[in-house]
Design a protein around this ligand. Structure first.
Ligand SMILES: [Zn+2]
Length: 59
């Protein structure tokens, strides 16, 4: 049995599952995550499954 250590990313705005999968050791910085529910792309940082919005420029 192969251990599945990947998960679907969830939209930080509406918590919907996106179609992007990450592994436990995946690190994303300023990743443009597309949410088909919000119909927009949100820049996020992901470290060890912890997802947060990356800071918008100018804020
Ligand atoms: Zn969303």
């Amino acid at each position: 049995m192969i251990e599945d250590n990947s998960r679907w990313l969830r939209c930080p705005d509406c918590d919907a599952k996106t179609r992007t999968k990450v592994n436990e050791d995946t690190v994303l910085m300023h990743f443009p995550l597309y949410c088909h529910k919000c119909k927009k792309t949100i820049k996020v940082n992901v470290i060890e499954f912890k997802i947060q919005k990356s800071a918008e420029p100018g804020t």
